[in-house]
Design a protein around this ligand. Structure first.
Ligand code: FA5
Length: 354
């Protein structure tokens, strides 16, 4: 019996040498250690043997079982190790070779968000035309968001944008705080610190309590512009708007100018761009009208200039408030504004990296 067990072990080792996969190893284990396998058969045949024979052969058979189990485990470990080494070798990256890093997608280089890309371009365009770039606070007071812009407390225009208000510490307090609902607040701040003539732009985030859809967000970006000097005319305003659009789109785009009402400009205009998503046919972005409201503008109202400390007998000016997200949508053919703010890397990584 003992010899039979020895032969069995030799046969097992030979077969184990030919095993090349985990599945084969497990099959071999079942074949030798299973209930109907040769070792179980030998143990069963011991029922007619003497007690001492049973003891010796039983102990050897159990030792053999343990050895087979150990060798099978070693085999499985070595197969897995080989697989892992092969995988590591195939994914080997030369960290001194940028191409190899990119091809293996192991390292993502940073990039600009499309809003920043276009904002940077617009800043360059206006810097080259002598404009400054200003910034302003997101949390504003009523004075800068409304009053100084010729929108007093009871003015219906306060309802034009649904404003996020902060609860006043004192309910009787005047000049409550809010999240700015447009970048026109920076007109007021910019005028206060400067003497005419001056020109500046002011990009930034604005907030409105609005239901979102393909072209509306509740937190979005605008880019304000203001130019104050002597004898400024609508023709000057149109010139700067045209320059901006032709530099950004670098192709002919259809625009239309129509009268627009904003208490802080007179006359006021809405400058719309023909929807580049549907080429003017009508879609969810342009609400089926073929045109997208992009760049409201106008000649600064004298009340606003006065609030900014400007001598209106000598100076006048224009202002505009570009919808930056919508410009980005038109520029890149993005058909839903919510993608811009999704934070989804699959979307953002389509834009230019450093
Ligand atoms: C204003 O906010 C004025 N302050 C703009 C202005 C400045 C007019 C200076 C005259 C002189 P309006 O609410 O239309 O205007 O917004 C300006 C632009 O912001 C819109 O044309 C549009 O392109 C964009 N916009 C408005 N609401 C949203 C929104 N919810 N989501 C995304 N973009 C929006």
């Amino acid at each position: 019996m003992i010899e039979k067990l020895d032969e069995l072990f030799k046969k097992f080792k030979k077969e184990l040498d030919t095993v090349a996969s985990n599945a084969d190893a497990l099959n071999l284990k079942a074949q030798y250690l299973g209930k109907k396998g040769p070792i179980s058969n030998i143990l069963r045949s011991l029922k007619d043997a003497t007690a001492s024979e049973r003891k010796v052969v039983g102990a050897s058979a159990n030792e053999l079982k343990v050895s087979i189990q150990d060798l099978i485990n070693d085999k499985i470990n070595s197969i897995e190790m080989d697989l892992m080494n092969k995988k590591l070798e195939s994914q080997r990256i030369d960290i001194s070779d940028r191409q190899s890093i990119r091809a293996n997608s192991m390292l993502y280089s940073g990039g600009f968000h499309p809003i920043n890309l276009v904002q940077n371009e617009i800043e360059d365009i206006f810097l080259s035309m002598g404009f400054e770039v200003l910034d302003g606070p997101h949390i504003e007071d009523e004075y800068h968001n409304f009053e100084a812009l010729n929108i007093p407390a009871d003015h219906p225009a306060r309802d034009m944008q649904d404003t996020f208000w902060f609860e006043p510490p004192d309910p009787e307090a005047s000049n409550r705080h809010l999240l700015r609902c447009h970048t026109s607040t920076i007109q007021v701040r910019g005028m206060k610190d400067r003497k005419p003539p001056f020109r500046f732009i002011a990009p930034g985030k604005v907030f409105r309590c609005e239901r979102t859809d393909a072209s509306h967000e509740s937190a979005f970006h605008q880019l304000e512009g203001m130019l104050v000097g002597e004898n400024i005319s609508v023709a000057n305003l149109i010139y700067f708007m045209k320059t901006l659009l032709s530099e950004i789109f670098k192709k002919e785009v259809q625009v239309r100018l129509r009268p627009g009402f904003f208490p802080f400009v007179e006359p006021g205009f809405e400058l719309d761009i023909q929807c580049l998503i549907c080429k003017g046919k009508g879609c969810s972005v342009c609400k089926k009208v073929g045109w997208v409201e992009l760049l409201p503008c106008g000649m600064v109202h004298p009340n606003v200039l006065k609030a900014g400390g400007i001598d209106t007998s000598k100076y006048n000016g224009f202002a505009f408030g570009l919808g930056l997200d919508r410009l980005v949508m038109m520029r890149y053919g993005i058909d839903d504004i919510r993608l811009i703010h999704s934070g989804d890397l699959r979307f953002i990584s389509q834009f230019k990296s450093y």
